[in-house]
Design a protein around this ligand. Sequence first.
Ligand code: HEM
Length: 646
Amino acid sequence: MAAARGARSTASSHAAASPSSSRGSSRRQHHHRRARGGDGVLFSSTPRFANGAEPRRQHAGRQSCPRRRRGPPEALPPEALDLNLSLPSLGQVEAGAAALPLAGLAVLTFTGAFKKSKNLSDIFARLLTIVSQGYFQPNVGGDTIPEAEGEASDLVGDEPLFKALYNMFLDSGGVFRLSFGPKCFLVVSDPVVVRHILKDNAFNFDKGVLAEILKPIMGKGLIPADIETWKVRRKAVIPGFHKAYLDCMVDLFGRCTERTVEKIDRVCKGDGDKTLDMETEFLNVALDIIGLGIFNYDFGSVNTESPVIKSVYGVLKEAEHRSTTYIPYWNLPFADVVVPRQRQFKADITIINDVLDDLIKLAQETQQEEDMEALQNRDYKNVKDPSLLRFLVDMRGEDSSAKQLRDDLMTMLIAGHETTGAVLTWALHCLVENPEELEKTVSEIDRVLGDRTPTFEDIREMKQVRMVIAESLRLYPQPPILIRRALAKDTLPGGIGGDPNGYEIGKGTDLFISVWNLHRSPHIWKDPDAFKPGRFDEAIPAQGPWEGYDGKNFAGLYPNESAYNFAYVPFGGGPRKCLGDQFALMEAVIALAMMLRRFNFKVKEGHVPGMATGATIHTAKGLLMDISRRDTSPSESEELEEMVAK
Ligand code: HEM
């Protein structure tokens, strides 16, 4: 502990000494020093974890304060003027008494900020933080919670938000506080703390900021729903994803992917450019699948671009815009009339709502009430409409309003479309960048699938393809950040290397669970940034209060949060875990396998896809791939075509 304390004070004085203008780069240098495992000043005497990673600074209770602490205004260290993040929380002080010091502080801070800050928006963000922290922010945690260093511009700059948070995690640990303009969050990147929030004390947290953003789009759908509504709807929706339905979906996944295969085939056979943006292609196939599987509507987006599809993409874009914008201006009166972007959003959502309303009306008019058992044993081969909507409408005793059904469908349309499209995009990218894994994957597909339409049994047999999807989800979790708000005060566990007394948080505390950080934590994963689908067979030793992973204890076909004790949470965990996980995993395996057995993919020369923050991780510039057919001999359908032509 003495060594750890020494290391901490070294880190602290080092940070205080670094000029703010070079803070970003100095932080990165720390990170590189540690990532190399070099003997940098910071952690020269700290022990390493069994996987070779170094533990982060220990926080040994309230006395061993982190680098930055909150305190009364007169106790401000000189560097406090340097950064909004280090200013005292006036939330603990009576508002009236705080007014004067606040004004004085604002002037001082403004002067300090003006001298040292990178740009004007950072100064503005600092001022917003100072003003808002006293009056609008709840108590976002006790004194022992480390404060992250950084500027607001670090978070909205060139790098995606989740990457900026990764550097802060390496510096500040598995739980840290981050002030960002008028907002203040706790960022959580530790499996023990994540399990507490998602599972052990799950009902003390709702979706907070996310619910505020999504309510105008999803209403009372499962994602933003308040807990009471959620309990009723979750119970109603979950039986819809029963085995017979999922079996039937396997067939649908094959049929929809075949459209894309045929489209790419046409491109390959044509005289023109053989380059396609595979991100767009995967998003299209995922949209067609979710439309047919959830409400029996064929978007046909692989081959057309209808106004409905444009509206779906418009609404998705707006949801993302709202989640990354400082001020919720769309709530202002008449914003949807005056602001062009909001006008467009209103038009888009009206188009989708109309389509959904028509589908719901039709389903209700043709309702055939049955009890749950009969519905789950339907002979799906002979059912014209196997969709989830049909199930929800036909289930006896399930009298949901048309509005509630619409909210549910809209939620699943959004939750299940981009996520799966993104997983496929990054899985293909990872494979193309790792030729050995690609070869292994393609030979498995050839051996198991041959030329058949995939079945559920095939999925079982294609372990390498399944692990490719699982590993892509580790490296590129969709979404990379989960959002929660505390409904009552709570004590979070300290987690790996954190304060053993835990961290107190107040009612209303906003939390970011960084799945990106968790999935790339050097405290847990060996070579965290490397793409290694075989890693799920390897044990990981316990680290402090985290129990580790025994290398073989996932019961189903895919590794999951239980097996990994919440170090791997691609679908969340606890009561609000994704209910489309099996649907999505089967879809991804089938779509990837069907593409890879037909085509060779190569990233277009000179093209760098990049990454962008959104509800999911997008590429910044698409995933441009040069494509050629793998098998040049004519396929069965071509031979048939030729015979017919003769
Ligand atoms: C690879 C694709 C997918 C990924 C990575 C994914 C991921 C997630 C995650 C991480 C959550 C938890 C969010 C949180 O705790 O805040 C979630 C929730 C949810 N997902 Fe998925 N999802 C995928 C596909 C789907 C599909 C296909 C559907 C529907 C057909 C779906 C429907 C939902 C719903 C309704 C929720 C909210 C559950 C609740 O709050 O009770 N997801 N998803």
